[in-house]
Design a protein around this ligand. Structure first.
Ligand SMILES: *Cc1c(COP(=O)(O)O)cnc(C)c1O
Length: 384
C-alpha cells in the first residue's frame, strides 16, 4: 500500500516518513548540523548546507505535504516567516485581498512591513463573497483567507472564494492554523497554498515556534523554495523533530479539542452571565452551514462576551481562571485564555479592531484536552 493512499489518521503517523537510512531509526534523527562532507566538490548526498536543506526538516516538510494532500511542503522558522515568504512572490504595485479579521501578526506584517515596499492590502469581509468581486482589479494578485477567523470565528467558504480566484487567475492562500487538516483541507477545496503556524495545533504542545507552507504545483513550489533559501528563515532541526512528533497525535488531539470545545461552548451559551458565544458549531452561527460542509468538526477555539461587562470586569474574569492559563497562543494540549484587545490584536488600531467585533470585552479560549468537567468548573468559579 502506497503512503499516498493512506487515510488521514494513518497519514499523520506515516505520511512522508521513512525509517532513517543510516541505522533505521523510526523517528527522524535530529540532524544538528549546518554542513555535510563532500567526496568531491559538489559530490554530496542531497544535502550541502542546512539553510538549503536538512534531513530532519525534509521529514517535516514531507509530513506537512502529506497531511494537507499537497505535493510539496516547506518549513519555516515561524508562521510569520512562512507568510513573509508567500508575500515575497509579489512585486511592488501588486494588490492583496485579505479576510477582514486577520491574525494580528499577519496584519502587522502586511501593513507595517510590506506596504512600505509598495504592496497594497485590502481587508474585505469575505463571508459574502460578492464583496470580493467588486474590489478585484488588474493589480490584484493574491487572496488571503483565514477560516475560522481569529478571534471572531467567522467562517469563509473556501470553495466559493476559489471559484473567484480561479476565474481571475489569482493565487488563493488559506491560513489553516485554526482548523488544521484534520478539520479542513483547503488544497482539495481549490486553494493554491496552505499556510500554517505549526506553533499551534500541529506542534500541539506549546514547545516550539514553526511555520509551514504546502502546495501542489511544482512551479509554485520552486518559487517558494527559492525564497525560503534566499531569505533564509528556515525551521531548525530540533524544531522540525518536535513538529513531526506533534503531527503524529494530531488526529487524537483534535478529536478531543472538538469534544471539549463543544462542551465548553454549550456551557457558556447556557450561562446567564454570558452575552454572546462565537463558535461555528452553533446552528445560529451565521455561517454554520458552510462550516458543516467544509469542516469535519468545529474545533476548540471559542470567543465570548460576558453580559453587561466593561474592560475591568473582563480582565477580572480572565485573571480568575486557573486551569485556563492566561497566555498568548493556542492549539496546545493545555487550555489557554486570551484577551485579544490587549494581547494578540493589540497591534490593530482600536477602531479597525472594533469594526470586526474585537471589543475590549471579548475573551478567547483555546480549549485543551483536559477533562471537560474540570474546564467547566474553572469557568464556573471565574464567572461566579
Ligand atoms: C500564530 C498565528 C500565526 C503566526 O504564527 P507564528 O508561528 O506565531 O509566527 C499566523 N496565523 C494564525 C492564524 C496564527 O494563529
Amino acid at each position: 500500500m502506497g503512503k499516498k493512499d493512506l487515510k488521514f489518521n494513518s497519514k499523520t503517523i506515516h505520511g512522508g516518513q521513512e525509517p532513517d537510512k543510516a541505522y533505521g531509526a523510526v523517528m527522524p534523527p535530529i540532524y544538528q548540523t549546518s554542513t555535510y562532507a563532500q567526496a568531491t566538490p559538489g559530490g554530496h548526498k542531497g544535502f550541502a548546507y542546512s539553510r538549503s536543506a536538512n534531513p530532519t526538516r525534509t521529514a517535516l516538510e514531507n509530513a506537512l505535504a502529506s497531511i494537507e494532500n499537497g505535493k510539496y511542503g516547506l518549513a519555516f522558522a515561524s508562521g510569520l516567516a512562512a507568510i513573509d515568504a508567500v508575500i515575497k512572490l509579489l512585486d511592488p504595485g501588486d494588490e492583496v485581498l485579505c479576510t477582514s479579521d486577520l491574525y494580528g501578526g499577519s496584519y502587522r506584517l502586511f501593513k507595517r512591513i510590506f506596504e512600505r515596499y509598495g504592496i497594497v492590502f485590502h481587508f474585505v469581509d469575505m463571508q459574502t463573497t460578492g464583496d470580493l468581486v467588486g474590489i478585484i482589479n488588474k493589480k490584484t494578485k493574491l487572496v488571503w483567507v483565514e477560516t475560522p477567523t481569529n478571534p471572531m470565528m467567522n467562517i469563509i467558504d473556501i470553495k466559493a472564494v476559489a471559484k473567484i480566484t480561479e476565474k481571475h487567475q489569482l493565487l488563493l492562500v488559506v491560513d489553516n492554523t485554526f482548523a488544521t487538516p484534520y478539520l479542513q483541507q483547503p488544497l482539495d477545496l481549490g486553494a493554491d497554498i496552505v499556510m500554517h503556524s505549526a506553533t499551534k495545533y500541529l506542534g500541539g504542545h506549546s514547545d516550539v515556534v514553526v511555520g509551514g507552507l504546502v502546495v501542489k504545483d511544482r512551479v509554485l513550489a520552486d518559487k517558494l523554495y527559492f525564497i525560503q533559501n534566499a531569505s533564509g528563515a528556515v525551521c531548525g532541526p530540533m524544531d522540525s523533530f518536535l513538529v513531526v512528533r506533534g503531527i503524529k497525535t494530531l488526529h487524537v488531539r483534535m478529536q478531543r479539542h472538538c469534544e471539549n470545545g463543544m462542551a465548553v461552548a454549550q456551557y457558556l451559551a447556557n450561562h446567564p452571565k454570558i452575552e454572546h458565544v462565537y463558535w461555528p458549531g452553533f446552528e445560529g452561527h451565521p455561517n454554520h452551514d458552510v462550516a458543516k460542509e467544509q469542516m469535519k468538526g468545529f474545533g476548540g477555539m471559542i470567543s465570548f462576551i460576558p453580559k453587561g461587562s466593561n474592560l475591568e470586569d473582563t480582565i477580572r474574569i480572565v485573571e480568575k481562571l486557573r486551569l485556563f492559563t492566561l497566555a498568548e497562543s493556542l492549539g496546545g494540549v493545555e487550555s489557554l485564555v486570551g484577551h485579544p484587545a490587549s494581547m494578540s490584536h493589540a497591534g490593530i488600531p482600536k477602531e479597525e479592531r472594533e469594526k470586526s467585533g474585537v471589543l475590549d470585552t471579548l475573551i478567547r479560549l483555546s480549549v485543551g484536552i483536559e477533562d471537560k468537567e474540570d474546564l467547566i468548573a474553572d469557568l464556573e468559579q471565574a464567572l461566579g
